[in-house]
Design a binder for this molecule. Structure first.
Ligand code: DGY
Length: 318
């Protein structure tokens, strides 16, 4: 029987079908499988079913010549050296499609929360600061209008398009930039610098790769309107976090809603976390019970296909 490692207990139904086809070893925790554990547990395995928190680099692939297929319970595969896997003939399965609407909801939730200072206001109420001498007044917790504003979407893939659909409901003007030009009804295609300069809200929805790493750098952040809001539910490495913190703390940008960080979990002393105009969430863009079950089922389906010698239904290799 082929041997596979599953790096976390998974929701969904399909995972329970795997033991009929392989000798399955599931990491039971506590917590996430550490890198040293992954190195040890992977020895002699034919397949790996992993999460986006597992780093699969070339050295790990070299140390495990028996490894023949990888399925990740994620749409993004930037945690895997895809080129190295492809060069070794290892298919890498991913989970596109099923998390699109859920992630677009998260982008919009962050956009609204940052625009209307919801988290700051919640802290204010719970902190016991809402008192008669510090209550409703014309400028009390004033934020930024979403309706009628211009939204710039960086990356017009499935999630970007779902964000555009939500923006239409808010009467926003939607402009977008995509690496390869794409026509979407109701969305005006523009150059990236133009998008940064024109938008009241910028939503990052592009995948992380060598071409998009640090795409939103200090220069591009500098093009943004001073009262603009930046939202990122894609990957931390796309935005220069030092430059972002600098812009947010010197009134060169109004606010940010961030679900993703260059290093996750984000260190407690990260400069962005000390800013009141940052809404931070711990990479929960796809975190609904139903979507996570669908992602797990899709990952297990990819693994089942590989185990029976078939092509994975969703494969990220070029
Ligand atoms: C993914 O699947 O890549 C998402 O980031 C999970 O939320």
């Amino acid at each position: 029987m082929p041997k596979i490692l599953v790096t976390h207990q998974l929701p969904g139904e399909r995972i329970h079908q795997l033991p009929d086809h392989c000798d399955m070893n599931v990491w039971m925790g506590p917590g996430l499988l550490p890198a040293s554990g992954l190195r040890d547990e992977l020895v002699g395995c034919d397949g790996l079913l992993c999460l986006l928190t597992d780093r699969i680099d070339e050295a790990l692939l070299d140390a495990n010549p028996s490894l023949r297929f990888i399925a990740s319970m994620s749409v993004g595969v930037d945690h895997i050296d895809l080129a190295a896997a492809t060069a070794r003939g290892i298919p890498v399965g991913n989970t596109p499609g099923v998390l699109v609407e859920t992630t677009a909801d998260a982008s919009f939730a962050l956009l609204l929360a940052a625009a209307r200072r919801l988290v700051e206001a919640d802290r204010f109420v719970r902190g016991g600061h809402w008192r008669s001498e510090n209550a409703w007044s014309p400028e009390f917790f004033t934020g930024k209008d979403v309706a009628g504003a211009t939204l710039g979407i960086v990356g017009l893939g499935e999630v970007g398009q779902a964000v555009a659909r939500r923006a239409a409901g808010f009467g926003m003007k939607v402009i977008a930039w995509n690496r390869s030009p794409r026509e979407v009804p109701g969305v005006e295609a523009v150059e990236l610098d133009e998008l940064m300069a024109q938008s009241d809200f910028v939503s990052i929805n592009v995948a992380l790769g060598e071409e998009t790493r640090n795409l939103i750098d200090a220069r591009r952040l500098g093009l943004m309107k001073r009262d603009a809001v930046l939202v990122n539910t894609a990957r931390g490495g796309i935005v220069d976090e030092v430059a972002l913190a600098d812009a947010l703390s010197h009134d060169r940008l109004a606010a940010a809603g961030l679900d993703v960080f260059e290093r996750e979990p984000v260190p407690e002393d990260h400069p962005l976390l000390s800013l009141p105009n940052v809404v931070a969430t711990p990479h929960i863009g796809s975190a609904t019970l139903s979507t996570r079950a669908k992602m797990a089922d899709m990952a297990a389906q990819n693994m089942l296909a590989a185990l029976s010698g078939k092509q994975m239904p969703n494969c990220a290799n070029p």
